[in-house]
Design a protein around this ligand. Structure first.
Ligand SMILES: C[S@@+](CC[C@H](N)C(=O)[O-])C[C@H]1O[C@@H](n2cnc3c(N)ncnc32)[C@H](O)[C@@H]1O
Length: 292
């Protein structure tokens, strides 16, 4: 299949401008590493092409690394962002929810950073957990990160203005390189801040509220930070990330660990919960390690 080079470059550029909490942070990476390291054999399935996770599997001398991503241009962009030699990685273009009989009982570990956000809860989570369980060998593990708003009161508008003013105060005297790097973190944090108070009782995000927030936020940030590199960062996090269709976003579900655990148990896993300190809402990003 021939790839559109312009779109590959666009995805590469967008992803290179994202940071925690969209990308995996140090604590999350440590947990993925710790879990992979314990395995005596490492046949690893990466759901999505998160470059840090493919690189990690290669660095830990995994015997097999397979990455499944539905968008071939994103897959190619991620391959270019990877820092290790991906020549032996099997890059599969396809939907995680489509059953792959050739995967049955053939992995020691499956990892997925932020992918559950893209799947409807509960039906698509149930489907994925069932498939992943069948793809793992006995004793295999499934390690994933998801975002769900913890208990407690939060005010979106107030949080956003305090994040922006803290950024301005903290970076007043920074050199340009440090300022740009700090802005990448701010933009990624703001993208996840837009989820605040948008989760409906069925676990789905209210897309109308999300869009009513994201578009004005792009305008506000562009006005406040008109530097061309900062505009590119704003647009990467808020205009292009997970926005493949007009009028909605690709991120659809923010279910908590307890809800995930219930479905994991039904699929045949027993799981552990690892809340992450990622900003702007500590413990909203959480991980689970599910044992088959
Ligand atoms: C793995 S997640 C999150 C990215 C991650 N947090 C990172 O830092 O790289 C995003 C990717 O999942 C892919 N994706 C979402 N749903 C999918 C599905 N059902 N099948 C295959 N790929 C899917 C999207 O195309 C997107 O590139």
């Amino acid at each position: 299949m021939s790839l559109n080079k312009g779109r590959v470059e666009m995805f590469r550029s967008v992803w290179s401008k994202l940071r925690v909490p969209v990308r995996p942070g140090p604590e999350g990476l440590e947990l993925y590493r710790d879990q992979m390291k314990r395995l005596s054999r490492k046949d690893i399935l990466v759901l999505g092409a998160t470059p840090e996770l493919v690189d990690m599997a290669i660095e830990l001398k995994a015997e097999k690394v397979v990455s499944v991503e539905r968008n071939p241009e994103i897959m190619e962009a991620m391959r270019q962002l990877g820092e290790k030699d991906w020549s032996k990685v099997q890059l599969v273009t396809g939907d995680w929810l489509e059953e792959r009989p050739e995967f049955h009982a053939s992995f020691d570990c499956a990892v997925c950073d932020g992918g559950l956000l893209f799947l409807q809860y509960p039906a698509q989570w149930e489907r994925l957990f069932g498939l992943v369980c069948s793809y793992l060998k006995p004793g295999g593990i499934f390690v994933a990160k998801e975002w769900a708003e913890p208990e407690g009161q939060r005010d979106y508008e107030r949080l956003v203005s305090s994040m922006i003013s803290s950024f301005e105060t903290a970076n007043k005297n920074k050199n340009r390189k440090e300022l740009i790097e700090a802005y990448k973190y701010l933009a990624s944090e703001l993208r996840l801040a837009t989820f605040i108070n948008t989760t409906k009782t069925d676990g789905s995000f209210d897309q109308d509220i999300l869009l009513r927030r994201i578009d004005p936020l792009v305008e506000e940030l562009t006005r406040k930070f008109p530097d061309s590199e900062m505009i590119e960062i704003t647009e990467a996090a808020l205009k292009y990330l997970a926005r493949s269709q007009p009028g909605t976003t690709d991120v659809v579900a923010g279910a908590r660990y307890e809800a995930a655990d219930k479905l994991l148990r039904a699929a045949g896993f027993r799981s552990e919960h690892f809340p992450l300190p990622d900003r702007p809402v500590a413990e909203a990003n959480y991980m689970f390690v599910a044992h088959k």
